[in-house]
Design a protein around this ligand. Structure first.
Ligand SMILES: [Zn+2]
Ligand SMILES: [Zn+2]
Length: 328
């Protein structure tokens, strides 16, 4: 038996596992607890439908914990903007200092939960319309904890379905049969979602989209655009020079080659010869299989066979069957 676990730590772990059960993950190195991980939600009783935000708390214990502070990381924040995360981080730092020498994980969970409960409304923007969430907005939380105005998500899903149908209709029949059916997906993380589009589309458009000043191209915006265009054209020139390699420092063969329409035409001319000749050796073999050639005499393969060097063979191949039979 190697390391002895501090009694304060083993007591804390035991309590965490007893209270949070499946909601806490303890990662151990050998027998020694190393990382404590749990997803923190706002307190809403047992009503998970009303939890609009969450964050994963990861506490990496130091060998001297709790006499030294653990490393605390907040991962996968959902519905939380950077300002709120910064606030929580600074509160966590204070809490760690205050609690030096005693187990702190429950305190951290409680601290985060209080913040989430207070701000149990998505902050940040709806990625579809880029407006924020304000009082009076109707919004939806997907299974993956991403938030959208219901109105925006309806629009997104309706146009997603329309795009799918348009692409489906231009496919040849044989490909249509193999296409997987349309599935709604989250515009942020592509998780498959199931939403009732009909009820979503009844929601009003986001408040800010009504009250916001109409868009116009200001002088400031023109400067930003010109600057961006300048940077992007330099980047494109750099990528072209490298043969389409995007990353810097890459020395292998170009994974992507930028071609011009002229290059493509040259390719077509250059490769036209050999592929045209290729089917011809194949054609007689097909025709040699009696049933094949007889059932589809008008097939394009058969026709191309007649034009090639095996012309004589093919011609004789079909009627010759009878001829050969007669001769015997
Ligand atoms: Zn929106
Ligand atoms: Zn998502």
């Amino acid at each position: 038996m190697s390391a002895v676990v501090d009694e304060r730590v083993s007591d804390e772990i035991e309590a965490l596992e007893a209270i949070l059960m499946d909601d806490v993950v303890i990662k151990r190195v050998g027998d020694v607890p190393d990382i404590i991980e749990t997803v923190v939600h706002p307190s809403t009783g047992d009503d998970t439908d009303q939890q609009f935000v969450c964050v994963t708390l990861e506490v990496k214990l130091t060998p001297e914990y709790p006499d030294t502070s653990p490393d605390v990381v907040l991962r996968n924040p959902r519905g939380l903007d950077d300002a709120l995360l910064a606030t929580i981080h600074s509160q966590i730092r204070n809490k760690l200092n205050d609690c030096l020498g005693q187990p702190v994980v429950f305190e951290l969970i409680e601290l985060i939960r209080e913040n989430l409960t207070e701000r149990n409304l998505p902050s940040g923007q709806c990625v579809i319309c880029l407006f924020g969430f304000t009082a009076g907005d109707v919004f939806i939380k997907t299974q993956c904890y991403h938030h959208f105005h219901s109105h925006c998500l309806a629009t997104h899903l309706i146009s997603g379905l329309r795009n799918y149908q348009e692409e489906y209709e231009i496919l040849p029949n044989w490909q249509q049969m193999n296409v997987s059916p349309y599935q709604q997906s989250c515009p942020v993380c592509r998780t498959i979602v199931t939403c009732d589009v009909e009820s979503l589309r009844k929601a009003p458009p986001p408040q800010e989209s009504i009250t916001a000043a109409p868009f116009c191209v200001t002088d400031e915006l023109k400067v930003t655009i010109a600057d961006l265009q300048h940077k992007m054209s330099a980047l494109l020139a750099q990528q072209r020079a490298k043969g389409g390699v995007v990353s810097t420092g890459y020395t292998g063969p170009p994974p992507l080659t930028i071609t011009t329409p002229a290059d493509n035409q040259n390719n077509v001319v250059a490769t036209n010869g050999p592929p045209a000749a290729k089917p011809e050796p194949a054609a007689p073999r097909q025709n040699g299989n009696a049933s094949n050639s007889n059932s589809s005499p008008g097939s394009p393969n058969g026709k191309s066979g007649y034009r090639g060097p095996y012309r004589g063979f093919n011609r004789r191949g079909k009627p010759g069957r009878r001829g050969r039979g007669n001769a015997r």
